[in-house]
Design a protein. Sequence first.
Length: 121
Amino acid sequence: MNSYKELALYDMKKVEASYAYELWNAVGRDCQQACEKYLKHYLQEKHLLAKELSRTHNLIKLIKTIPNYDREMCGKLSIIYGYYFDTNYPGDNFIVLDKEDADEAIGIAKELFSYINKLMD
């Protein structure tokens, strides 16, 4: 398990476990992480993952690196973009997710994976 793809799939397994325990913030956080890693997987495979991109957590910046990226998918990623920090660290931006938010995050992550898989064909 030493690739962006494997780590993204691992994050999605954590999503399933967190969902079973109704840990909604963990679900959102891990969906954001899975999307980030899956985008980096694609960019790496297509030789588009510049050093600066490998260090970013910005889902929007990552998807916009894909030639002719899907603007609708970009909009969906903007929903979960801040979940890693906003659900994981206290402060002014801290949020508490509910089941509906978690379900939406899972749907977005699955849709992104499907989108990337089609691009890889």
